[in-house]
Ligand binder design. Structure first.
Ligand SMILES: [Zn+2]
Length: 196
């Protein structure tokens, strides 16, 4: 089995790639404490790309094996991919990660957020592109954790968590350059969790 990241022998991830996976400190993003399995660089970046664009779900399982959520979490709410992209790539990456985490931790995946059919690509020249306009069905779930594949600026998980009424987010990778900001709206027990 070839390595998912570099295609050399030794899958699902070869030893040289595994040793280059880096952890990333938790960040406070507005009213959300965000945690990721790996920093979005090197082989971790390739793993996420294989999941997002090739529909290879093994990276979600690998990340879930090392993923962390707080003990008091009762549900996992995936950030939905806009429908047009799920159709073109055949995978909803955050949902794949949420399912892998849920199976591992015995937590339900609640798909109460829906995405618009289409939104402009996140990659652009503006520093903080507007997050997709999600919709929330049902009552808020304060003890849920919002699940995404990648945290790039934090704007998307912040918007999703606000709709869910949650204060936690977890992702496969987080950009190492993401800086903590805000946090005054967090329950007091969750402030000061930035370990940068
Ligand atoms: Zn490799």
């Amino acid at each position: 089995m070839p390595c998912i990241s570099c295609a050399r022998p030794g899958g699902p991830i070869c030893e040289p790639c595994r040793t280059r996976l880096r952890s990333v400190p938790d960040r406070v993003l507005g009213d959300v404490v965000a945690t990721a399995t790996w920093a979005h660089s090197g082989p971790a970046r390739s793993l996420v790309h294989r999941l997002k664009y090739d529909g290879v779900t093994a990276p979600a399982d690998l990340a879930a094996a090392e993923g962390r959520v707080p003990d008091d979490v009762i549900a996992l709410v995936p950030v939905p991919r806009v429908s047009a992209r799920t159709v073109s790539y055949g995978v909803d990456p955050a949902n794949a990660f949420a399912r892998a985490l849920g199976a591992r931790l015995g937590l339900p995946v609640v798909r109460c957020l829906s995405a618009p059919a289409w939104s402009r690509r996140r990659a652009g020249r503006r520093r903080r592109p507007a997050p997709p306009r999600f919709r929330m069905a049902g009552d808020p779930i304060p003890r849920a954790v919002v699940v995404d594949d990648v945290i790039t600026s934090g704007a998307t998980v912040e918007a999703a968590a606000a709709l869910v009424g949650a204060h936690r987010a977890v992702a496969i990778t987080m950009a190492p350059g993401v800086k903590s900001r805000g946090g005054t709206g967090l329950p007091h027990t969750m402030r000061g969790r930035d370990v940068d």
